[in-house]
Design a protein around this ligand. Structure first.
Ligand SMILES: Nc1ncnc2c1ncn2[C@@H]1O[C@H](COP(=O)(O)OP(=O)(O)OP(=O)(O)O)[C@@H](O)[C@H]1O
Ligand SMILES: [Mg+2]
Length: 414
């Protein structure tokens, strides 16, 4: 087999993007010497893969030891040579597939008949590479594994949802605390609220959580110490399952914030939750722009008042000028009632988009929920809680699962 300088062959973006990532670890099983030497040269010239070891035996009798000889952590790719003994190769591929589903299995063989390929694919191989190995084919197969891993990593990141008022007092904290508690409780979603007010944030108060030890801005000042244990001391736990990182209580002077530290910290938090909801103070500016840009959705909470709607128009204009994707910007009309001075149609006309969600105007219900600090307990008698539960279900209901009923609603289903 002649070895060409692999670097010269691939100027493509696939090689460039792969070379920026950590090489994928590879274990071989019964791979013939010539193929393994090719892989060694390939690994040296392109830092896409890192060869760990090659076992000379299929070890089909040794049922228990698959994970043991794959090593810990299990490799990203396992190459199984089918030429020495096809049946044993298929059987070992099956066992690897069952015991280490995260490991991609590549079959390698001289045979290229469709039956041989189907047999290998049925035993759990995701790629079939015909000998002598073709570098381009190998790069494509590795790139597919890398892309799947990247997609998986991204999909396991929490959705970051920003809530911001058109002006002060539009109901952001009311909406976010009830929405968060219901997402955590009714839909069993691991949810965190971050109160980003530089002082006097209300989220802890609305959830009945008292005596916070530390606040978000202290977390920001310690980004270099941040790990799962360190984070624990900043979390407040609500009975619904919702977590909160509170804002400062206003007894200390406001701090200067480095915008990149906010988005870096939220990036860290996203790896630990399914939903991270951010209670943002009103006002859009370049200080919180990085965070706004990172959000998967931005909910602009308004009420049907002239001054709020005027600000809303400005906010949408600012976000569009900053190239925030229009589909990320959603308008939530709080305290909605049918007879208001500014109608829904007028609002939609001036903002140039549909109102995404309407939360009913129910002052007594909202005050009761704030007073008791438990949105979940109010589900049966608060129209606002039911409305927000519906919205939480729209984004949080896991496919094929029922909403968990709490309190009196739960008793009905017994
Ligand atoms: N859907 C609603 N129906 C009736 N009253 C509401 C509703 N939502 C919020 N309120 C009331 O509006 C007031 C302001 O709400 P809230 O504190 O949630 O607003 P905010 O946007 O977080 O304010 P701030 O800008 O101070 O952070 C509260 O008294 C709350 O009870
Ligand atoms: Mg608030």
């Amino acid at each position: 087999m002649s070895i060409m300088p692999v670097k010269d062959m691939f100027n493509s973006s696939a090689r460039d993007s792969l070379s920026r990532h950590k090489p994928l670890s590879v274990v071989g099983i019964c791979v013939d010497d010539e193929t393994w030497r090719f892989l060694q040269l390939f690994a040296e010239s392109l830092a896409m893969i890192q060869l760990r070891l090659c076992s000379g035996d299929y070890r089909v009798q040794d049922h228990e030891s698959v994970l043991e000889y794959l090593g810990d952590p299990t490799p990203e790719i396992c190459l199984v040579d089918f030429d020495k003994d096809r049946r044993s190769a298929a059987s070992v591929a099956e066992r690897i597939h069952a015991s280490a589903p995260e490991t991609a299995i590549f079959a390698v063989s001289h045979q290229s008949q469709p039956d041989s390929i189907i047999e290998a694919m049925r035993s759990g191989c995701s790629e079939y590479l015909v000998k002598p190995l073709n570098r381009e084919q190998l790069v494509t197969a590795i790139a597919r594994v890398a892309a799947r891993r990247r997609d998986k990593k991204e999909s396991s990141k929490a959705q970051l949802l920003g809530f911001i008022g058109a002006k002060g007092g539009c109901g952001v904290t009311t909406v976010i605390t009830q929405f968060g508690a219901l997402l955590a409780n009714s839909y069993s979603r691991k949810t965190l609220i971050v109160d980003l007010h530089p002082e006097f944030g209300d989220a802890a108060l609305y959830l009945g959580l008292t005596k916070p030890r530390y606040h978000f801005f202290e977390l920001l000042e310690n980004t270099e110490r941040m790990d799962a244990d360190f984070l624990q001391s900043f979390l407040m736990h609500h009975s619904s399952g919702l977590d909160l990182i509170p804002a400062p209580d206003g007894s200390e002077p406001p701090r200067e914030v480095i915008p990149s530290a906010v988005s870096q910290t939220c990036g860290f938090l996203r790896l630990r939750y399914e939903f991270v909801l951010v209670d943002l103070p009103p006002g859009l500016n370049d200080d919180n722009f990085e965070l706004l840009r990172d959000c998967d959705q931005l909910y602009l909470v308004t009420v049907a008042e002239v001054s709020a709607v005027r600000n809303l128009v400005r906010q949408i204009g600012y976000l569009r000028r900053k190239d925030i994707a229009p589909e990320k910007i959603q308008v939530v009309l709080n305290r909605h009632q049918n007879r208001s001075a500014v109608t829904d149609a007028q609002i939609e006309k001036v903002i140039g988009q549909k109102i995404f969600w309407r939360v009913p105007n129910q002052y007594a219900q909202v005050m009761k929920t704030i007073h008791e600090g438990d949105p979940v307990a109010q589900l049966s008698n608060s129209e606002v809680a039911r409305n927000l539960n519906e919205w939480a279900g729209a984004i949080g209901r896991k496919p094929g699962t029922e909403e968990k009923k709490s309190g009196i609603l739960g008793l009905w289903n017994r």
